[in-house]
Write a protein that binds this ligand. Structure first.
Ligand SMILES: [Zn+2]
Length: 413
């Protein structure tokens, strides 16, 4: 695929300055931000975004879960909008870029089109999704889930925030409660720009990640039952030690994941042991096994082998084992035509790029269920995210926005 690109470009300093201005809202002492969804600071951040969009000539609309749509009108109001965006809410010790970049890169695209006095056929929407991070209320990714019809509006409205209010009350108080039904707006496509939140682009010295998939996630909750017994009097060969079994299992699971391919991820990050006492051999251990891969068949195969390995270790250690499948999110493949558009645009603009996966969830994965969707990643320093020290260079951020601009233009002309 070839994309013809004009010489319209984004303004690197303006994009950077806008990001730094947004970073002053809910600012933390070490350079980060705390803007939990629908908190006072999230309202201030979104109000600032809306003011900037109005100055840039956009029409603003809200839907019933508070998603914000800033529209730059096209010549043909009947055409579905070409859309971009992300989220402005943050983790409690969040950075200045995760989510924010995708929203403000969209704003920079609109400003750049205004500077160049370019009219498009289709309207362009910059969307700020509600509550991606899920810090103050559930579910995380609420705005995009509702847009895709994966959660209903009432469920979001009735959700209680950590401050005791309901989301419906907060939406009303913030002035973000619209009457548009989420998902009712016709979109031609959705392209989300985001910092990578991982180390790959930096390590490989590439400016653009063309995201092809979001990995699937499966959780197994593993419960091991052995026997509580005295640490001093029980000989080593007479024990039924649930924690020892769990330790051997974690090692075996890691070997299976490492032996698969570069995309497999296996994490045991949470465990409960009982009685959790220094002088008693633990009779019970329960842990969460988080498995990720982009290919559903590989996920099946990994899961089968992991479960078999754990059962074998349990038998050897005289433990009972119960494995309960919990979370099961299917891997997501973005729209082929849009992936090609993003890659061809980056090539035409001479930005080094690679195809890559996202190991994290994003609003784009929900939108992708109902609209052709793709993502553009840019490098972030040390792959660090969900951290105040989260950082990216003005050059890389501008490269991502420039790619976004021409990818959107190729659809909107
Ligand atoms: Zn994000």
């Amino acid at each position: 695929m070839r994309i013809s690109v004009s010489n319209i470009n984004v303004n690197r300093e303006r994009l950077w300055g806008t990001l730094m201005d947004m970073g002053k809202i809910g600012a933390l002492p070490n350079g980060g931000c705390n803007r939990a969804a629908l908190s006072g600071d999230d309202k201030r951040g979104r109000d600032q975004f809306i003011a900037w969009c109005r100055e840039a000539g956009c029409d603003i609309a809200f839907d019933a879960v508070g998603n914000v749509y800033a529209r730059r009108p096209g010549r043909d109001a009947q055409r579905p909008a070409v859309a971009t965006g992300s989220h402005l809410d943050t983790q409690p010790h969040g950075g200045k870029f995760d989510g924010i970049y995708g929203v403000l890169a969209g704003l920079e695209v609109i400003r750049a089109l205004n500077d160049a006095k370019v009219e498009t056929q289709a309207p362009i929407d910059v969307i700020c999704w509600t509550n991606e991070e899920g810090v103050r209320f559930a579910p995380p990714l609420a705005g995009s889930l509702a847009f895709a019809g994966l959660v209903d509006v009432d469920t979001v409205h009735q959700s209680r925030t950590t401050d005791g209010s309901t989301v419906a009350e907060d939406l009303r108080d913030c002035g973000f409660l619209g009457d548009e039904k989420p998902g009712s707006r016709a979109l031609d496509c959705f392209i989300e720009a985001h910092i990578e939140q991982g180390p790959i682009l930096e390590a490989r010295a590439k400016q653009i990640g063309v995201v092809t998939h979001i990995v699937g996630i499966r959780w197994s909750i593993v419960k091991l039952t052995g026997r509580d017994s005295h640490a001093g009097t029980t000989p080593m060969d007479k024990r039924r030690d649930a924690l020892l079994g769990a330790a051997q299992m974690i090692t075996a699971l890691n070997q299976i994941a490492r032996g698969e391919d570069e995309f497999a991820r296996l994490t045991v990050g949470k465990m409960h042991i009982s009685p959790n006492s220094g002088a008693t051999i633990p009779g019970e251990a329960t842990f969460v096994c988080d498995l990720r891969h982009p290919d559903p068949q590989v996920l099946d195969s990994l899961e089968t082998r992991m479960h078999a390995a754990m059962k074998q270790i349990a038998a050897e250690q005289g433990l009972q084992i119960a494995i309960e499948r919990s979370i099961n999110i299917a891997p997501l493949k973005f729209a082929r035509e849009l992936i090609d558009t993003v890659r061809a645009t980056a090539n035409e603009l001479h930005y080094s790029n690679i195809d890559m996966l996202s190991g994290a969830g994003h609003d784009a994965m929900n939108v992708a269920r109902v609209v052709p969707t793709a993502m553009i990643f840019v490098p972030c320093k040390d792959g660090l995210s969900h951290n105040e020290a989260e950082s990216a260079t003005p050059e890389d951020l501008a490269a991502g926005a420039h790619t976004l601009l021409h990818a959107l233009l190729s659809r909107a002309r």
